[in-house]
Ligand binder design. Structure first.
Ligand code: BDR
Ligand code: CA
Length: 367
């Protein structure tokens, strides 16, 4: 066996290895930092994907649908990379491409809580899939809107369902606003968003938290068990030309669809210089690390999202130790001591095994 075939075989073996390890980890170890195992069922872990597809969302969704360690209970669309009518249709297309029309897809918020929607067509193209055309979806969205669907699924199985949130956090914030006890009923929330240092849409803010900083702040302060996979870490792993080729020549429809989307995205980012011309798979890292937490290194953090700054809204300020100090008080404000002790409200990724992550992703999609 030679060339691409050998590479593909090695990738597939790598992916199978991770899968087996993750299944063991999920029983033995992963549950403990998130929620005690008692009362929660064994077997695939149940997730809802909240998303704004989006090229990297598309990859992340297909990765989840091809991973036996997770059972996708629903996909909820939100406005973000492109407007809601497109993210919703793309989500419906993706379940059709993967042959998983049994999974409910719901429409969520069509704009952020308090701001005008800013989109990212410069990476995702006008249709959200880098201009790649797939047939119009035949599947219909649920009648129930996303926040209500999230709430119903979680409430039916308290402590069992996790959320993987890979778009602006508007849907989750709305669900939490309606039902303030909901965060304590969710097994875990894995977020692709924010950054412990530097942004992509502004020097300070990562796109998802920039689009709806008020929603992000509400989610981080909700008491939910949060893992943040931020931009500073997702930037560490870029797909190579060869990996795109492996997807394009995959032996299954979902893998080939991922290949088409990634090829067009690569051309787009090279042309526009977005992401430094690199092909990033931000959202897949959230799904992959949910399945196999050993891919990332986590640290306790306290995240506050900047909502006031004219230049910095959406910045996720990550405290890692005492004191959790705020900006110096203005002259007209009372002089108060502001040295709150460190109290983590999330775990944040500070590093990733990029090569292992990419082999896992490509192996699963191409396999
Ligand atoms: C995040 O923003 C979106 O453009 C991507 O889909 C990803 O969720 C990266 O900053
Ligand atoms: Ca996204």
């Amino acid at each position: 066996m030679k060339g691409p075939d050998l590479v593909r075989r090695q990738l597939l073996i790598g992916a199978a290895g991770i899968g087996t390890g993750a299944a063991l980890t999920s029983v033995a170890g992963y549950a403990s930092p998130v929620m005690p195992e008692s009362g929660a069922s064994r077997g695939p872990r149940r997730i809802i994907i909240d998303t704004d597809p989006g090229v990297d969302d598309a990859l992340a969704i297909l990765l989840a649908l091809k991973s036996p360690e997770v059972k996708v209970e629903a996909i909820t669309a939100v406005a973000g990379n492109v407007p809601l009518d497109l993210t919703l249709r793309n989500a419906l297309r993706l379940v059709e491409i993967a042959g998983r029309t049994d999974i409910p897809v719901a429409a969520g918020a069509n704009r952020p809580l308090k701001r005008r929607l800013v989109t990212a067509a410069y990476v995702h193209g006008n249709n959200g899939l880098a201009g790649v055309e797939f047939p119009e979806p035949k599947t219909k969205p649920t009648a129930e809107p996303a926040p209500q669907l999230i709430r119903r699924i979680v409430r039916q199985s308290p402590g069992e369902v996790s959320i993987v949130a890979i778009g602006p956090l508007t849907n989750l914030a709305l669900a939490f606003r309606e039902d303030p006890q909901l965060p304590s009923q969710i097994r875990s929330v894995t977020i692709m968003g924010g950054s412990l240092s530097g942004g992509n849409i502004t020097p300070a803010a990562e796109f998802n938290s920039y689009v709806d900083p008020e929603a992000a702040q509400a989610v981080y302060q909700s008491g939910a068990r949060i893992t943040m996979i931020g931009l500073d870490v997702t930037r560490k792993a870029a797909l190579s030309e060869g990996q795109v080729h492996l997807l394009e020549s995959a032996g299954n429809q979902a893998g080939r669809a991922a290949g088409r989307i990634m090829r067009a995205t690569l051309e787009q980012v090279r042309r526009t210089g977005a992401n430094g011309g690199r092909l990033l798979a931000h959202d897949s890292m959230a799904v992959a690390s949910f399945i196999d937490p050993s891919l990332v290194t986590l640290q306790d953090v306290h995240i506050e999202v900047e909502t006031e700054g004219e230049l910095t809204a959406g910045e996720t300020v990550g405290y890692r130790k005492t004191p959790m100090r705020r900006s110096a008080p203005l002259l007209e404000a009372p002089a108060v001591a502001d040295d709150a002790p460190f109290q983590p409200n999330a775990k944040a990724a500070v590093d990733v095994d990029g090569d292992r992550f990419l082999s896992f992703l490509i192996g699963r999609l191409a396999g």
